[in-house]
Design a protein around this ligand. Structure first.
Ligand code: RIB
Ligand code: NA
Length: 309
């Protein structure tokens, strides 16, 4: 059976506090709301793609603990194939401590835990799923070598690859570029990777070219309220795709919503121009920032306008 989108990536339990602002070092402040949610960039992206209506599978590792058990149930509730979700008793399920300020901005600390134990054995076992995928998606919340190997396996089997270098590391292995069909990051990640400031659309055009020079086919740099910049394969000029203005309640996971939606379009409508996929993915992510939480705020097909499909 064909699979549309396969994600090799992270699961985190999000521990979220809403506060008027982010605290300074050594400071204690009062927040007004606390909640626990399902997060982790890999799982978030997978869940967003699944909610838009494609068949998805998640290749990941959680702990043999309460959070891990709950996470597996969450995948099942969202119709994500869990055959390649493994559990370990050596580490706890990944956790993310998140603080959201009144502007909807956030600061996050992740403790990857079990995510770091996902390795080549698990990838070998999941090869039947990887090879029959239309799109494979990876990030950097697991061991980077595991992400790189997954992308390479996908390439060998002619599966389209999307790589999201998040959270970014400044010494990214250069093989990540050559193995990416679409290299998709936000402005701060682009800045860290290129060493040049990415403060506006013009900077983003330049950064996209630099990343493409390093060997990826297409590049997308997301710019929050400014939309994104898309540099297609074999082209030298990038396109700015603006986003509609939205009042942000919580932007946590908006990038994941965008990438999950992008993977959905790549699997579902591969002939669609990349800038059109990005325009639609902007709209999906725009819905997610209007509600609190990560996955809790990701829209499903039935809650979106028909013209997006
Ligand atoms: O991108 C948002 C995600 O980053 C959160 O869900 C949190 O788990 C961190 O991984
Ligand atoms: Na949100």
């Amino acid at each position: 059976k064909a699979l549309d989108v396969v994600v090799v990536g992270s699961c985190m339990t999000d521990l979220v506090s809403q506060a008027p602002r982010l605290p300074k070092a050594g400071e204690t402040i009062h927040g007004h709301k606390f909640f626990i949610g399902f997060g982790g960039k890999g799982a978030n992206q997978c869940i967003q793609a699944a909610r838009l209506g494609v068949k998805t599978a998640m290749i990941c590792k959680v702990g043999k603990d309460f959070f891990g058990n709950n996470y597996i149930q969450n995948f099942k509730d969202n119709e994500v194939l869990t055959d390649f979700v493994s559990q370990t008793s050596d580490e706890a399920t990944g956790a993310a401590s998140i603080i959201v300020n009144k502007e909807g901005e956030n600061a996050i600390v992740i403790v990857a835990g079990a995510n770091m134990l996902l390795g080549k054995e698990e990838l070998q076992e999941a090869l039947p799923a990887i090879r029959r995928a239309k799109v494979l998606l990876c990030q950097l919340e697991i061991n980077p070598q595991t992400s790189l190997q997954a992308l390479q396996m996908a390439r060998e089997h002619k599966v389209k690859t999307v790589f999201n270098p998040a959270p970014a590391i400044s010494d990214l292995d250069c093989n990540f570029y050559t193995v990416s069909d679409v290299f998709c990051c936000n402005e701060s990640e682009a800045e860290l990777l290129t060493g040049c400031s990415v403060a506006d659309v013009e900077d983003a055009h330049r950064a996209a070219q630099e990343l493409q020079k390093r060997g990826c086919s297409a590049v997308i740099i997301t710019l929050g309220s400014q939309g994104c910049v898309v540099l297609k394969a074999q082209e030298s000029k990038s396109i700015h795709v603006p986003a509609a203005a939205v009042t942000a309640v919580d932007t946590t996971g908006a990038g994941d919503s965008f990438i999950g939606a992008l993977a959905f379009y790549m699997a579902d409508q591969p002939a669609m121009p990349l800038e059109e996929m990005a325009r639609r993915a902007n709209q999906v992510a725009g819905v997610s920032v209007r509600a609190v939480g990560t996955q809790t705020s990701f829209p499903s097909k039935r809650n979106l306008p028909a013209e997006l499909f």
